[in-house]
Design a protein around this ligand. Structure first.
Ligand SMILES: [Zn+2]
Length: 575
């Protein structure tokens, strides 16, 4: 399918005439969804960017967070803006299709009006349209592509490998890919990706001799412009995920070696330098202020849908930092004017992928249908009906995680439950049937074991303090990008700007203070330690299916949020 912009807009109009939901009633006025895609190319070298699709091949709902706190230097700045504060910062009209894509505001009504987002078949149509107007444009994938769905887990990520190739990804880096094991990654790179997709990561080395495992970068010629794409994998893979999957690889931010790679590609004649990063946006912003010579950091991991590129000054000039959201809900479009050996000007947009507006690409739809065919009955198995909105994103909790900690406590017989602060996982609207596929969207990982442990009160505090520090350490280089561990049963108070070790207080169970020396039964899942691998404990999806089988209807949930100190005026907080 080759088409120009006029033909593409004509196709959208045809979709409209066929009765697809692209009408915007005056109550939700603003730019019509299809108009988002009607803009002219700019310059002579373009790069498209997707990240953190978390293996979502089909259109889904995804609610953005209402709590995404930033403090100190990050206070009130992207990506730590939610709701109205985000709309104001980026000049987006309330009620518009864009407002729905970038915020949680009025989520249920807007989701019903604008429909599902993402889906590789719809994304493929958008990619083809943009590429048709931008000869030589590259498609970059920031990783977290292989994990997050039942089919990716059941096919050992082969579904996503095939879909990425058909989508036309040119360059990729990684994070959750590592949870399929280093051997599997190398197998894909050598067999499937060869001649199609370049895997780049300047910060993955062998633990024995410190040799690079992947090329640090690729140099591409786009219409005569030399463009270097450097890869940065998630620096904390062996800490945030089980080390045993990648025991022979070392990671880390490796800022010095990043500077060396940038200097090298510049010496080799790169006229534009793009860093494809899985650092997380706060880390990217800090890196942009310290490493010189990078024109653009196209980032992921923290799942921040940031409408514009953020300019960061450094001793060498300016680096622009972007972050392209998650779940194939967005596609970043960077058009550069590269002349006289450097980037003269650029345009950047983060386009929402509205599945009702962008027709499915037939070839991609066929691939997806074929991938799913053997599993359809299993995937469609109904488990319950939800009366309320089920979502995950937010610094402290979401209704989906509330359901999970409730299930863990009940089925495992625990006083307290912990659920990791993952940022992936799709959203269900009130009244939707919760199927096995939806449950797997929240739980599909290669280390799904549940745990039941006796924990001293002092240890519970240590766990909460550690995770809070990963999230709120004032130095982004110490942040690992997840959200706060979700808790069930207990309550606590959190002061995010306090020193490490004193952010958490007032821990209570059934109203009584948790005692440091007393022992409590705590359930959890997704343990990173190797000994839990052979413990024989049931996986989280089995525990949740047991829990849901007794209920059938899930009543509306209010997710437990700790008492927070010093956040009332924070633009990253909306109650
Ligand atoms: Zn990630």
């Amino acid at each position: 399918m080759q088409m120009n912009r006029r033909e593409f807009m004509g196709m959208l109009a045809a979709a409209s005439a066929a009765g697809m939901a692209i009408d915007t009633p005056s109550a939700l006025a603003g730019v019509k969804p299809e108009q988002l895609y009607d803009f002219k190319p700019f310059g002579n070298a373009s790069v498209l960017h997707m990240t953190d699709c978390h293996a979502q091949l089909l259109p889904i709902y995804f609610r953005e967070p209402n709590v995404n706190l930033g403090f100190f230097d990050a206070f009130g700045k992207a990506p730590h803006l939610v709701g109205e504060a985000l709309l104001k910062e980026f000049n987006i009209r309330p009620g518009s299709a864009q407002a729905h894509a970038f915020t949680y505001l009025n989520f249920e009504e807007a989701a019903r009006r604008y429909g599902k987002v993402g889906g590789f078949a719809h994304l493929a149509t958008l990619v083809k349209m943009l590429k048709a107007n931008r000869p030589g444009a590259l498609l970059l994938d920031g990783g977290d592509t292989w994990q997050g769905s039942a089919t990716s887990l059941w096919t050992n990520a082969q579904d996503m490998v095939e879909a990425s190739k058909l989508l036309g990804v040119d360059v990729m880096t990684m994070h959750w890919e590592c949870t399929f094991g280093s051997q599997r990654i190398l197998e894909v790179v050598e067999k499937d990706f060869k001649g199609h997709i370049d895997m780049v990561a300047q910060n993955i080395k062998t633990t024995d001799f410190g040799d690079p495992v992947f090329p640090s970068h690729v140099m591409k010629n786009i219409n005569g412009a030399k463009v270097a794409i450097i890869g940065q994998a998630f620096p904390y893979s062996p800490i945030a995920n089980p080390r045993y999957f990648v025991s022979d690889w070392s990671y880390g931010i490796q800022e010095e070696s990043m500077q060396e790679v940038v200097d090298q590609v510049r010496a080799d004649g790169a006229q534009a330098v793009v860093l494809l990063s899985h650092n997380g946006m706060d880390v990217d912003l800090k890196m942009a202020s310290r490493v010189t010579g990078i024109d653009f950091i196209m980032g992921g991991h923290t799942h921040d849908g940031v409408p514009n590129a953020i300019a960061v000054r450094n001793p060498g000039g300016v680096t622009h930092v972007t972050n392209a959201g998650s779940n194939s809900k967005f596609l970043g479009v960077l058009d550069m004017d590269v002349r006289g050996g450097k980037v003269q000007d650029f345009r950047y947009r983060l386009l929402p992928v509205f599945a009702d507006v962008l027709p499915a690409d037939p070839a991609m739809q066929t691939l997806i249908d074929n991938i799913r065919a053997p599993y359809l009955d299993k995937l469609a198995q109904p488990l319950a009906t939800t009366e309320g909105l089920l979502y995950r994103r937010g610094n402290f909790n979401g209704t989906w995680d509330q359901l999970i900690v409730d299930g863990l406590m009940q089925v495992r017989g625990a006083d307290i439950a912990f659920s990791p602060g993952f940022r992936w996982g799709t959203t269900l609207l009130p009244g939707q049937t919760l199927t096995r596929e939806h449950l797997m969207d929240q739980t599909a990982i290669t280390y799904p074991y549940t745990t039941l442990s006796d924990m001293k009160g002092s240890f519970i505090k240590t766990v909460l303090e550690d995770v809070a520090d990963n999230l709120f350490n004032p130095d982004p280089y110490y942040q690992q990008g997840g959200d706060m561990v979700r808790v069930g049963g207990m309550t606590y108070t959190c002061n995010p700007t306090a020193e490490m070790g004193s952010r958490i207080s007032e821990m209570r169970l059934n109203g009584k203070l948790i005692e440091a020396d007393k022992t409590y039964k705590v359930a959890g899942w997704a343990p990173v330690s190797e000994e839990t691998r052979n413990s024989g404990e049931p996986p989280i999806w089995e525990v949740m299916e047991t829990y849901l089988a007794d209920r059938k209807v899930i009543s509306s949930k209010t997710p437990y949020t700790p008492k927070l100190l010093g956040v009332k005026t924070n633009p990253g907080f909306s109650a």
